[in-house]
Design a protein around this ligand. Structure first.
Ligand code: ZN
Length: 166
């Protein structure tokens, strides 16, 4: 049940429609008409710059939020662009420029993405920066629904809905 008296605040489940563009107007992502993004405010599920800007909004409110890299995906780090011998990578993988590669850190087990930025017969250059690092993000959001998170959702740190219950 939604409640018209609640506004976006910590421990509130927010359902919102959004369109994300970057500074040059390029469309990056948007929610489907029948599937708004749902998250728990204050649970660090969305980028901090966006989360902060939504505090106090009501159901039906629309807002355009500009998020600088520092409050978004961070600045691009030139040290995260690495040239390595082709032999370091399995022969089976496609190393065309622009291809995302899924890598796994053998020590921590953490998986992350890298993008091929240059490909030569001997070497390949990978960019480990997030593709949106260094970008100013422009969100157009509309609040669709607000409700109090359940104890269980707060314990789990995520929203339970038709697609996800446990
Ligand atoms: Zn859960």
């Amino acid at each position: 049940m939604s409640n018209e008296n609640i506004t976006v605040a910590n421990d509130i489940v927010v359902s919102m429609a959004y369109v994300l563009r970057i500074e040059d107007g390029q469309l990056i992502d948007q929610s489907e008409d029948d599937a708004p993004l749902e998250y728990i405010q204050g649970a660090r599920q969305i980028i901090p710059g966006l989360e902060k800007a939504l505090i106090g909004l009501n159901v039906g409110d629309e807002k355009i939020v500009e998020v600088k890299p520092a409050d978004g995906y961070g600045e691009r780090d030139p040290d995260d662009i690495v040239e390595m011998p082709r032999g370091n990578l399995p022969e089976s993988i496609d190393l065309s420029v622009g291809k995302p590669l899924k890598m796994k850190d053998s020590e921590s087990g953490e998986s992350f993405k890298a993008y091929v930025v240059e490909s030569n017969p001997e070497t390949v250059t990978l960019d480990f920066n997030h593709p949106l690092a260094g970008r100013t993000l422009n969100f157009h959001v509309k609040i669709i629904n607000l409700r109090q998170a359940t104890e269980e959702e707060l314990t789990h740190g995520h929203v339970h809905n038709d697609n996800h219950t446990h």
